[in-house]
Design a protein around this ligand. Structure first.
Ligand code: XIL
Length: 340
């Protein structure tokens, strides 16, 4: 049984696709993607710095390949991401006032959404607009336009393709204060009569956090707004959690302790089992709320190419995904396939 078959009629099962996977559609990795998943998200290539590198230059070549791959394999294709402060096309920074930025954003959003009209099924319209305390993050968009940039972005996207699902996507959306902020933000969009279809909760999670209770409460809270809940960017770090430490502290502590990776060569069986159980608990919850959940997308297929091998500590080998470095299914994979 494949993963996508196991969860058929429940929710889409997606993965991120990296640039090399898109550029080499004949690779073993790409056939694994087609076999196991029925939804894809571009890990990097649709971010503004790649898709729209200069104000008058759109560079659709690689993303067209990505979309064609999804269409050919009958997949639910997600677009990531239209408006984000990071991996940002540098020319956005020259926009100094509300009018200049509005013109730039409108052209950016409309040109891209139009290009993929009828092919891309859902978009992250805005990514990571919130601080941890639930206030809006400082960015070129906030600084020029103010908080209205959010409803404006959603409005431009929905005007261009009324049939595409529009998402707000962010990390730590299970945390109390940030969750309140996200709910406020979504309500503000809805109160303006602007369409928003869903929230993407990035699942960059750990063995011990967030708790099942707060994940469940978050699903319920967001669904209560009348929108879909997608679990996006799912990966579960098995390594010591550096969060809460400050920059210098991180490097000091991690340099001193073999970069805080107790398993530099391979993941021991006991931790494989912990990871499998953690995935099992989380997916049980997703199944319980399958009427609220539109899609669950992993942030990659294998431990060989996970971004967590370089983040937040460069070169620290992590083991967050369902396939190992040789692309063999891990215990977590079997557990998830057997769960339904
Ligand atoms: C990450 C990619 O996985 C990396 O390859 C890249 O170097 C940085 O971005 N939140 C997001 C994703 O919305 O786009 C990020 O992806 C991970 C955090």
């Amino acid at each position: 049984l494949t993963l996508k078959d196991a969860y058929k009629n429940r929710f889409y099962i997606g993965t991120a696709m990296s640039r090399p996977q898109i550029e080499n559609l004949k690779s073993e990795e790409t056939s694994l993607i087609a076999k196991e998943f029925n939804s894809i998200t571009a890990e990097n290539i649709m971010k503004s710095m790649f898709l729209h590198p200069e104000e008058d230059v759109f560079s659709f070549e690689t993303s067209d390949k990505y979309v064609d791959f999804g269409v050919k394999n009958n997949m639910f294709i997600h677009g990531h991401t239209l408006i984000w402060h990071s991996q940002l096309a540098p020319w956005f920074r020259a926009k100094k006032d509300s009018l200049e930025m509005s013109v730039a954003m409108e052209n950016h959003i409309k040109t891209i959404v139009e290009h993929y009209d009828g092919k891309i099924d859902s978009w992250d319209v805005v990514n990571e607009a919130l601080n941890e305390d639930g206030t809006l993050r400082k960015s070129v968009f906030l600084n020029t336009i103010g908080e209205d940039y959010l409803p404006m972005a959603f409005k431009w996207a929905s005007e261009t393709d009324p049939n595409v699902d529009l998402y707000y996507n962010d990390y730590n959306l299970t945390d109390t204060e940030k969750r309140k902020g996200a709910i406020r933000l979504i309500k503000q969009i809805q109160d303006k009569g602007v369409k928003i279809d869903g929230v993407g909760m990035q699942g960059h999670w750990h063995l011990n956090r967030p708790s099942l209770e707060v994940i469940e409460q978050s699903i319920l809270d967001y669904a209560a707004l009348g929108i879909k809940v997608a679990v996006t960017e799912l990966d579960i770090s098995v390594l010591p959690d550096p969060w809460g430490l400050q920059g210098a502290e991180i490097s000091q502590r991690f340099e001193n302790n073999d970069k805080m990776n107790p398993y530099p060569k391979a993941l021991p069986d006991s931790i494989q089992t912990k990871l499998a159980n953690r995935y099992k608990d989380i997916f049980k919850l997703f199944l319980k709320h399958q009427d609220k959940i539109s899609r669950v997308t992993f942030w990659g297929i294998s431990d060989k190419q996970t971004w967590l091998n370089d983040f937040p500590i460069k070169g620290r080998t992590n083991y967050p995904l369902l396939f190992d470095r040789e692309l063999k299914p891990k215990k977590a994979f079997h557990t998830l396939v057997e769960l339904t």
